[in-house]
Design a protein around this ligand. Structure first.
Ligand SMILES: Cc1ncc(C[n+]2csc(CCOP(=O)(O)OP(=O)(O)O)c2C)c(N)n1
Length: 517
């Protein structure tokens, strides 16, 4: 077998048969005679290709394969790779490299991609011999899948891909690390002595498929459950009576919100993910904070408390065996309601969207404020983990390619929708059904809000009038509708979701800038 055939043999053995990419001449020797049992999903920009791969990995539970075009293509994808890194998304990213027989002359398209991706991939390599590429792909699978999961990078030179290549051993690597039981017993003891417990349901809970176990644990503990600030995936059903809201993204507001609790258990998230700097105590004096995380770096940078490193699903299971049912009443929700106006406020629109979106939906949301939708299933809600825009549109398309049972919704601002707008074309081309909803206020509202927060004047580049969403949607082959009547939002969005066609719905909203916190 040739090197090329061995690469695909390894991928097949790993259950990978979809490749996301945007090709160039340096990739053509790898892509030629593309195997019939593989699907190639073309993104018209590399950010869209990587974004689709991230969304696909969230819903498929295996690494996504990406093929990019040497240095320029990898550089174009860099923002999406940063987001993949922060999302713990397992990706095997490949890119072509020039023919090594002339590489000392640094020909056109030669590039240093293997070097510059490094801070945002777990491993990066350009194998010295072409016959080592299949082995590197096999190794990259194990690196990507070991927790904390993440992207890996293999640069593949053009030459030698047709050479004879020995077989690769498909090895078994047990890649899950359990938290040590002594540390978990200490947490269980602290929980049994606590008066009032807050559990923070971090993103790793949803990623490890342990949301149902976390619900059981919270019910045993009679704890209130919060999602982390600007949670990039939801790990607790927001329709559960113990769900108590989202933590705010700053130091003082978090310690204020957690002040009523004497014990805080953060499972699978940072302690804590901050955004604007608002000084204050990290936590009220006397409150004990415990963290369970799969990421040693996350444990090492925690602002306070005791951290335990290990798989959070196993950690929750250990706690379920150790803690006893506690007494206590359950909290009640106070639902606030936004006023109707024309154009409606973003808050009012989000409330109407929450009415229209079915509980089994998968939502990709690029707006900072979370939608108040009550979702029941796991793998239901995602945001850009890095804060970098251009994630939600392609990731939604990737999720719609990975599965077709659940409706996929993508919520954007008119600004954030521009960063990977080419994803609309991939949705059309591959029949990936997504309802794209754009709240348009002709401005970068959140940046104005941040400016107000810091008392800044005279910021340039904050307004974006005149974007033709109808033209964009139709140009990429997606149905379009603009909703100006606030009373039509719920029914129009509902019927778009039920139409089984991709559509882009633009909802003009009130541009009044809201306070940041
Ligand atoms: C890749 C990237 N570039 C720039 C930014 C900075 N940024 C954050 S929010 C934002 C504006 C978002 O505007 P829009 O989507 O219209 O939402 P709005 O704030 O108006 O609700 C920008 C430019 C970013 N987060 N990521």
């Amino acid at each position: 077998m040739s090197v090329r055939e061995r690469i695909f043999q390894v991928l097949r053995a790993r259950g990978i048969s979809v490749m996301f990419g945007n090709p160039g001449s340096t990739e053509e020797p790898f892509l030629e005679s593309f195997p019939r049992d593989f699907n190639y999903i073309l993104g018209l920009h590399e950010g869209a290709a990587v974004g689709m791969a991230v969304g696909y990995s969230f819903l498929s539970d295996k690494p996504s394969l990406v093929n990019l075009h040497t240095a320029a293509g990898t550089a174009n994808a860099m923002g999406a790779i940063v987001t993949a890194w922060h999302s713990q998304a397992p990706l095997i990213i490949t890119a072509g490299q020039q023919d090594r027989r002339m590489i000392r002359t640094e020909p056109l398209l030669w590039g240093r991609q293997e070097e510059f991706v490094k801070p945002y991939v777990k491993w990066s390599i350009e194998p010295h011999r072409s016959v080592d590429v299949p082995e590197a792909i096999e190794r990259s699978y194990h690196v990507a899948m070991a927790e904390p999961k993440g992207p890996v990078f293999v640069s593949i030179p053009m030459d030698g891909l047709g050479d004879e290549c020995p077989s690769v051993e498909i090895r078994s690597v047990s890649n899950t690390t359990a938290p040590v039981s002594q540390a978990m017993e200490e947490i269980a003891q602290a929980l049994s002595k606590a008066n009032k417990i807050a559990v923070i349901a971090g993103e790793q809970v949803d990623a490890s498929g342990s949301t149902a176990d976390l619900v059981k644990l919270a019910e045993l503990l009679r704890s209130h459950v919060f999602l982390p600030p600007i949670a990039y995936r939801w790990s607790f059903p927001t329709n559960h009576e113990l769900f108590s809201g989202h933590l705010p993204p700053a130091i003082k507001p978090i310690s204020d919100m957690l002040a009523p609790y004497d014990t805080v258990l953060v499972i699978g998230s940072s302690v804590f993910p901050y955004y604007p700097y608002v000084p204050g105590p990290v936590i009220r004096e006397g409150t004990r904070v415990f963290q369970i995380t799969n990421d040693p770096m996350m444990a090492s940078r925690a602002a306070t408390g005791t951290s335990v490193i290990g798989n959070v699903s196993l950690g929750i299971k250990q706690l379920l065996n150790l803690v006893k049912q506690r007494e206590g009443s359950l909290p009640h929700h106070k639902a606030s309601q936004a006023n109707r106006s024309i154009p409606p406020s973003a808050e009012y629109v989000r409330e109407r969207l929450a009415e229209a979106i079915p509980p089994n939906a998968i939502i990709f949301d690029e707006q900072v404020t979370p939608i108040s939708v009550r979702l029941a299933e796991s793998k239901c809600y995602f945001k850009p983990a890095s804060g970098g825009l251009g994630f939600a549109m392609p990731a939604a398309v990737g999720a719609a390619i990975a599965q077709t049972e659940r409706p996929v919704i993508c919520i954007e601002g008119d600004g954030s929708a521009q960063y990977s707008i080419q994803s609309l074309w991939s949705a059309t081309r591959y029949h990936a059904i997504v309802t794209f909803i754009v709240l348009s206020n002709n401005e970068y509202g959140i940046l104005k809000s941040f400016g107000m927060f810091l008392h800044q004047e005279g910021l340039p580049g904050m307004d974006i009038p005149g974007i033709d969403f109808e033209g964009l949607a139709k140009g990429y082959g997606v149905d379009f509708k603009r909703i100006v009547d606030p009373d039509q939002i719920t029914s129009s969005v509902r019927s778009a979701i039920q139409s089984h066609k991709s559509s882009l719905i633009e909802i003009p909203i009130d541009p009044t800038v809201m306070p940041l916190l």
